[in-house]
Every structure is written in structure tokens, then in C-alpha cells.
Design a protein around this ligand. Structure first.
Ligand code: ATR
Length: 279
């Protein structure tokens, strides 16, 4: 409870658009599970109004989640930044500290790794991973993939300079950039992470089937209609599994919940509920 009152603690997710966000349902279910009363809403805000709107909200609330297209702006807004947010240059969680300053954190990468290694039974230690895309979504997960023991992280992006910049920022020989037009010469991968916005934009990607074998896991960071074209490609290419980002969404939310409430909820029941609802 905030400030010693009996009002429910206030949280929100900020995005543009945001109407289909599952975050309010996820945090409501987490709260019920943990016996914590909270108010969590979805707030649509255009980029030019983001900073003022979030500052005003957080003057009277405990924390916020931030999604597209505001993650870099959320990072810029904060006075304190976690290591995960700093290396990604973006934040999906803002927390108001006791002295009123804002702390930016990024739980996306940890959420992906937890979903992959747990729910999807995808071993990352020693694995060969292809990361498609080098924008905000890719930056949000690249360091955590390396931290989880990925042996070779190959980054391929439509604009090659951006892939090279991300590989350079990662700063280890295990991470390297390759050209999109050379995809059919790269062999196959244990895991292919789709982190471009092509699916969400309704644009088709040309990917050779040689990237996948019957051992490969294909993982799209988004869920819903935006993930469908990559997942269809992964299935057609014979991948062992084609996973959308619903599990990552629930896991990153659980990490945000833990930051705010000091307790990490069980994610499996919430994941199962959402999966059934989406189906
Ligand atoms: P996000 O936060 O969703 O990652 P972003 O930072 O704008 O958004 O990054 C979008 C990513 O999707 C970039 O890697 C982009 O490639 P470019 O750097 O070449 O722009 C990639 N992307 C978007 N549309 C694409 C398409 N039709 N084909 C391939 N890659 C695409």
C-alpha cells in the first residue's frame, strides 16, 4: 500500500497503441495469487506526450511498465538505471524510488531466457543462436542470451551496420554480425530468435529453410498475429518448436512484479490462462 494509505497501489502500462495489452490482466492475476491489492491500467500515450504523462503518473503511483514505442524514452527519463537497462539502452519497467527519483529497469532479456530454458526446454549453454533484427527488441535480449551461455550469437539485420553495431556493443567474439543475403550460407541453428518488427508491420521475411533442423527452436518475441508469419516459416522449415513471445511476456511481467512487491509470482497458471484465452 502506498504512503501508509489503504488505497490500492497504482501501476500502469504505457504504450501506443496499447488497447490489446495483456499486462493489466497479468498483473491482476499475479496480485490475486499473492493476495496483493493493486490497480493496474493501460494508458495510450503518443511519443511527444510520453515523458510528461509518465512523470505525472509516477508522482502519484509506484511503478509503470513501458512498451512500444516508448522503451528508449523511458530509459532516458530515469535518473537511476539498472545494468540490464543500461546495456540495452531501453527500459520496460519504471519504479519510483522513495526519494521520488525514477529507476529504469529492463526485464525483457531475463524473461526470454526464463521462458526458453524453463517452459520451452531449450538449453542455451553452448548453443548456436541466430538473432534476426538489431533494433530495440533485439538489444533488449542479446546480453542475457550471452549471459545464459550461448556459444555463438549470430546477428543478422536488414541494415547491416546496425547488426555490426550491436555485435560491437556486445564486445565478445561469441557475438558476430552477418549479412542478410548470406543467410543461406550460415548453416543451421539451435535457436532462431525473431526480433524484427516485420511481422507486426505485416511485412514478409525471406528466410531460407536451411536455418532450421528438427532440433531447432524458432522463437518470435511477439505474440498474436504479428508472430504468425515467422512461426509458420519455422514450422514449414521443420523446426522442433515454434514459440511465440507469450511466455516471455508473462516472465518479464513477473520480474517487474517482484521488483515492485518483493515477491515473484507463479507464472505457469497465468501463462496457461492467457494461452487458453488467446486460443
Ligand atoms: P523494435 O523495438 O520492435 O525492435 P526497432 O528498434 O524500430 O523496433 O527495430 C525494428 C527492427 O526490425 C530492426 O532490426 C529493423 O531492421 P532495420 O534496422 O533494417 O530497420 C527490422 N525490420 C523492420 N521491418 C523489417 C523488414 N521488412 N525486413 C527485415 N527487417 C525489418
Amino acid at each position: 500500500m502506498p504512503h501508509g494509505t489503504d488505497l490500492p497501489a497504482r501501476y500502469a502500462v504505457f504504450g501506443h497503441p496499447i488497447s490489446h495489452s495483456l499486462s493489466p490482466a497479468i498483473h491482476r492475476l499475479f496480485g490475486e495469487q499473492c493476495g496483493i491489492t493493486l490497480e493496474y491500467t493501460a494508458i495510450d500515450v503518443a511519443p511527444e506526450a510520453f515523458a510528461d504523462t509518465v512523470r505525472r503518473f509516477l508522482a502519484r503511483a509506484h511503478g509503470a511498465n513501458v512498451t512500444l514505442p516508448h522503451k528508449a524514452a523511458a530509459f532516458a527519463l530515469a535518473q537511476e538505471r539498472s545494468a540490464a537497462a543500461s546495456r540495452a539502452g531501453s527500459a520496460n519497467v519504471l519504479t519510483r524510488l522513495a526519494d521520488g527519483r525514477l529507476l529504469a529497469h529492463n526485464t525483457d532479456g531475463a524473461g526470454l531466457v526464463r521462458d526458453l530454458t524453463g517452459r520451452q526446454q531449450c538449453a542455451l549453454q553452448g548453443s548456436r543462436v541466430l538473432l534476426l533484427g538489431a533494433g530495440g527488441a533485439a538489444r533488449g535480449v542479446a546480453w542475457e542470451l550471452l549471459d545464459a551461455g550461448v556459444e555463438e550469437l549470430t546477428i543478422v539485420n536488414r541494415t547491416p551496420d546496425t547488426a555490426a553495431a550491436l555485435a560491437g556493443a556486445l564486445g565478445v567474439t561469441r557475438a558476430r554480425a552477418r549479412y542478410w543475403q548470406d543467410l543461406d550460407e550460415l548453416g543451421s541453428f539451435d535457436l532462431i530468435v525473431h526480433a524484427t518488427s516485420a511481422g507486426v508491420l505485416g511485412q514478409a521475411l525471406a528466410l531460407p529453410p536451411s536455418l532450421a533442423t528438427s532440433q531447432t527452436v524458432g522463437y518470435d518475441l511477439s505474440y498474436g498475429s504479428g508472430a504468425q508469419s515467422f512461426l509458420a516459416w519455422a514450422r514449414a522449415a521443420g523446426a522442433r518448436a515454434a514459440c511465440d513471445g507469450l511466455g516471455m511476456l508473462v516472465e518479464q511481467a513477473a520480474d517487474a512484479f517482484a521488483l515492485w512487491h518483493g515477491r515473484r509470482p507463479e507464472t505457469d497458471p497465468v501463462y496457461a490462462h492467457l494461452r487458453a484465452t488467446l486460443a
